[in-house]
Design a binder for this molecule. Structure first.
Ligand SMILES: Nc1ncnc2c1ncn2[C@@H]1O[C@H](COP(=O)(O)OP(=O)(O)O)[C@@H](O)[C@H]1O
Ligand SMILES: [Mg+2]
Length: 174
């Protein structure tokens, strides 16, 4: 069984231009090579065709709904990629009917793995931050973001992150 058969919550963090989307696309290729369908919310049009829909101009909520339907239909673990989740979802409350809330809270036990990409960790929904299984963290320079990293994992990681070159992500399993 490949590691991708087990759904997880993965967060990719880093400021603009640090290689987050490049890394997410690489993960997508690996996942698709194992036969799992993917669904992508791709507001900037950076993803090519894959084993499932690439959605432009839809919300993260709608993409989560699509992923859950595809999982039900195919009876496979589906991996959902959400680009720019901090600007789309932010810290607003996700109510009980939210499909995205379901993916964040229960997807890893069920049907949908999530790879969420964000520039500003301080703006990422707290449920997603708290429940993430794996966080890839690249260069960050904003005071608020570095303060968040320090509070979350300590000064050492915050210092490493401030100096990280493009394409370099530290893998944290919180
Ligand atoms: N590992 C890497 N090594 C060198 N250049 C990279 C690497 N990853 C990404 N880049 C380059 O950095 C730029 C920004 O990458 P991108 O993935 O769009 O960043 P982000 O999504 O964080 O804004 C692109 O020109 C990309 O080709
Ligand atoms: Mg990007």
């Amino acid at each position: 069984m490949s590691t991708w058969a087990r759904p997880q919550l993965v967060l990719i963090l880093g400021k603009r231009g640090t290689g987050k989307s490049t890394w997410a696309r690489a993960l997508r290729r690996r996942i698709e090579a194992t036969g799992h369908p993917t669904v992508v919310r791709d507001p900037l049009g950076e993803y090519g065709p894959g084993t499932g829909p690439v959605l432009r101009g839809t919300s993260s909520e709608e993409a989560a709904r699509t992923a859950r339907e595809l999982a039900r239909r195919t009876r496979r673990v589906v991996w959902l990629f959400l680009e720019e989740i901090d600007s789309d979802v932010g810290r607003q409350r996700l109510d009980e009917t939210s499909q995205l809330r379901h993916v964040i809270h229960y997807g890893r036990h069920m049907d949908v793995g999530l790879i969420a990409v964000a520039r500003r960790p301080a703006n990422v929904h707290p449920d997603l931050r708290n429940l993430a299984d794996v966080v890839y963290i690249g260069r960050l320079t904003g005071d608020r973001d570095l303060a968040w990293v320090e509070e979350w994992q300590g000064k050492r990681l915050a210092e490493q992150v401030r100096e990280a070159p493009v394409g370099r992500f530290l893998r944290v399993e919180p």
